[in-house]
Design a protein around this ligand. Sequence first.
Ligand code: SF4
Length: 329
Amino acid sequence: MIKVGIPRALLYYQYYPMWKTFFEELGAEVVVSSPTTQTMLSSGSSRVVADTCLPVKIFLGHVLSLVEKCDYIFIPAIRSVKRKAYNCSKFLGLPDMTKAVIPESPPILDIEIDVNKGKRHLYQAIYKLGQRFTWNPFRVKQASIAAWQAHLKYRQLMSSQGLTPPQAIAKMTGEVEPKTPTSTQATIALIGHPYILYDEHISHRLIHRLEQAHYKVLTPEMLTTEELESATATLVGKAHWTYEDEVVGAGGYYLESGADGVIGVMTFGCGPDSLMMDTVHRWASRLRITPFMSLTLEEHTAEAGVVTRLEAFLDMIHRRKRRRVEVCV
Ligand code: SF4
């Protein structure tokens, strides 16, 4: 059986159930890299210039960890999934960059996704990818339909049941779901890209820390597409970046929806995020309803620094809540 490797990084958290279903329907076995480790980060960093963003370095580390384990590696070039909104340049050139810096990689299965080029272009790209496994266009079509159904189910699990991507993936693949402690303290919304929030190595286990301390954690995936798009429209009118909703939309929504605090998480060296996070920051200052903190993480960020900032932010939220109770009394 042909083995297709999928790096557990970047768009894995958005699309894994869809990709897995597509390849399995075509008779392939899917191999996913292990969760990020420092060794992966160091190996990925060694292949690119220092100012490459942290998530891309980590992605390359995941590709390196799959080199001996699969026949192909799946790396799509996702340019756009929305009309007139484009992705960060790193995503556009991901297959080519990987080929250039990891020449020992197994052959790369790349596909260009750009909805601005029309449906015909999209269908042709999917069929071309499917042809690596079968010449029967009907089988490719069936696999695409099953993959899309899996994606819709995945999104629905997250927005209607309040699951994070790792929890929804565990539920769909039959793995044991991590138990979430019952929340008692306050509600904290985290905004940012899934490949930052759910990669425990990059985020220094932010979600886990909050949940263990009995905070209820909300993330962008727990909102519906309509809620995200409407909040993005309120803040910036029209989204210009493909994944703007998970930062600007989620930030705008949670700042007004009763969360006790909002934390924006981004990585150093990211142009799009610095603009989007600044938009949310300005909106928070204008509304003055919900405290907002932004955390910029990088390769050398010390865990102690993250914990100190988190504790200070949570203390401030508790003081604020106590003051409100005293005023009401
Ligand atoms: S959006 Fe930012 S963090 Fe994400 S790949 Fe692009 S530069 Fe890197």
